[in-house]
Write a protein that binds this ligand. Sequence first.
Ligand SMILES: [Zn+2]
Length: 108
Amino acid sequence: MVRDELLRLRASTQAEAATLARDLEALFAASRDSNADDEHDPEGVTIGFERAQLTALLATARERIAEVDEALRRVDTATYGICERCERPIAAERLAVRPFARCCMACA
Ligand SMILES: [Zn+2]
């Protein structure tokens, strides 16, 4: 079932986002404690870089959750698997790789 697959994907992405959020928080706490947030401090640069990376990963995970939610809505309205642009069915192989795809290969 597509719906189950989407719900599983949503749960795993949410767990991933939670881990990233926790790591990010720990990093903030660490930089507060050590006061290593100074860009002239080599450790501060590393923390800043790590923080930027985690922030980007977290944003990606949250975007993914929104995409999966959107796909679940399409399952509910029976428009799942239909290209948003040309309204042709999206190839099963594409949906297998990107279960939340909104467009067919030709339109993407
Ligand atoms: Zn299309």
